[in-house]
Design a protein around this ligand. Structure first.
Ligand code: GLA
Length: 443
């Protein structure tokens, strides 16, 4: 887009960045017609042309032109529905660039997706991780609402799953053991006595193949990875695709597919840390959270579900009405003590198998709202309790305890060992399919 002229810039400032601003040419053209009409009117009334230098002529013209300009400025926002800020490009786009290398020397690529409103999502091939999400606040000011780092190398050291695709099994499997079709499998123990997020080298630590795509009103990337038979102890060659789509409704959509040649547990999710206040500069305790969950799966002190499904009523885990995250987080409640805050699997209230609201988060100082919809039966709400100020992220910001939160849509933790939980076993001939939508807006 060419640089804005002063006139258009003033108009944009006055009207809050319109989707369609009246162009200076339109206004000049309307003004010329008005000028011509004034001349003709005056000629008609007096029988002879009014000289251009007469006071009456000048005053009438200025009056009419200002009325017209004022009308344009007032009405255009309504005609154009300009509550939505426009992208500098005004259209969807996608860009690919180099983003460093893994310690093994594998190049990592970064994809930037942008929609026509200017919302921007960056994702890289290492871990298929979301690196940044830039969305406007209620005043139209864009900020990055995701914790992360400036280059791929920073993600390859000990970083707790920032932005990454999690698999083969999101969350914990007790003691790293499960039995399937009579055979016992052993997984790496990487979280005390348990196996967490796919083991030592889960899907967050591999370089994914990527294929960008563009469609009318949306852009995206398809990430692909094949996890070989025996990978981190899991059986079967598992072919996974995760499609990231950014559309013009300010929705970021994750669509997961997988197939296998041997029965295996699968539980895929995304581990983005959000801070809707922007740029990860303070804790998330002031965010207001609603979870569409009347029940949750309580855990023992190693964060393994007890197998029960319990009502949230009367507990600090009741987010069925919007509640400030920090209001009860330090209460002397066993569940909060075990998790060092919130780190729990909430069972979603759902009527059917389709997309259902899982969570709505509102950040009062910026007015940003994020809604999460999913086809999964549950969501892990994690309040960033293990962040401890040892990581310095984008723009030199230090990520301290509870500076970010995750909403990981998922099947329940430790399902392979809990026959009463919905099954996570994928068999040959079946296709794993789940969808999660993160939708951004302001209030
Ligand atoms: C998940 C777990 C947490 C923690 C984080 C990563 O959300 O449930 O307990 O391990 O990942 O630090």
């Amino acid at each position: 887009m060419p640089p804005l002229g002063d006139f258009e810039a003033t108009l944009q400032a006055a009207t809050g960045r319109l989707t369609l601003t009246p162009s200076p040419v339109t206004i000049l053209w309307v003004s010329y017609l008005e000028y011509d009409r004034t001349r003709r009117d005056m000629t008609r009334h007096s029988g002879q042309p009014i000289p251009r230098d007469s006071n009456l002529y000048g005053a009438t013209m200025i009056h009419r032109i200002s009325v017209l300009l004022a009308l344009c400025l007032t009405l255009f926002p309504f005609w154009t529905g300009s509550a939505v800020p426009s992208s500098p490009q005004g259209k969807d786009m996608i860009k690919k660039e180099a983003f460093g290398k893994t310690p093994g020397g594998k190049p990592v690529e970064l994809y930037t997706l942008k929609n026509k409103h200017g919302m921007e999502v960056r994702a890289m091939t290492y871990g298929g991780a979301i690196v940044s999400i830039r969305v406007p606040d209620k005043k139209g000011h864009f900020d990055d609402v995701v914790l992360g780092f400036d280059k791929a190398d920073d993600y390859t050291s000990k970083v707790p799953y920032f932005g990454a695709i999690i698999g083969r099994y999101g969350n914990r499997i007790a003691k790293g053991k499960f039995t399937l079709d009579g055979k016992e499998y052993t997984l790496p123990l990487n979280d005390g006595p348990n196996s967490l997020h796919g083991g030592d080298k889960g899907f967050d630590k591999v370089v994914w193949e990527a294929e960008p795509f563009e469609k009318p009103d949306e852009v995206g990337v398809v990430f692909k990875h094949t996890s070989p038979d025996g990978d981190e102890g899991y059986p079967g060659n598992l072919k996974v695709t995760v499609t990231y789509t950014l559309n013009d409704k300010n929705e970021l959509i994750f669509e997961y597919h997988a197939t296998t040649d041997k029965a295996t547990p699968v539980n895929l999710t995304n581990h983005t840390y959000f801070n809707l206040a922007g740029d990860g500069q303070r804790d998330v305790l002031g965010h207001e959270l609603l979870l569409n969950a009347d029940t949750f799966t309580p855990v023992n002190k190693t964060l393994i579900p007890t197998g029960k499904i319990v009502s949230v009523k009367g507990t600090p885990l009741d987010f069925t009405k919007p509640m400030v995250v920090g209001a009860r987080i330090d209460q002397k409640d066993d569940q909060l003590i075990f998790g060092r805050g919130y780190d729990h699997n909430f069972v979603l209230n759902r009527k059917d198998k389709g997309l259902t609201l899982a969570a709505r988060v509102y950040e009062p100082t910026t007015g940003r709202v994020m809604e999460v919809y999913t086809t999964e039966p549950a969501v892990q709400f994690y309040s960033g309790n293990f962040l401890d100020g040892t990581l310095t992220g984008k723009q030199g910001h230090v990520y301290k305890v509870r500076y970010g939160f995750c909403l990981e849509t998922q099947h329940y933790p430790d399902s392979p060992n809990e026959p009463s939980f919905p099954s996570t076993i994928l068999r040959p001939g079946q296709t794993y399919h789940s969808t999660t939508v993160y939708k951004f807006s302001t209030r």
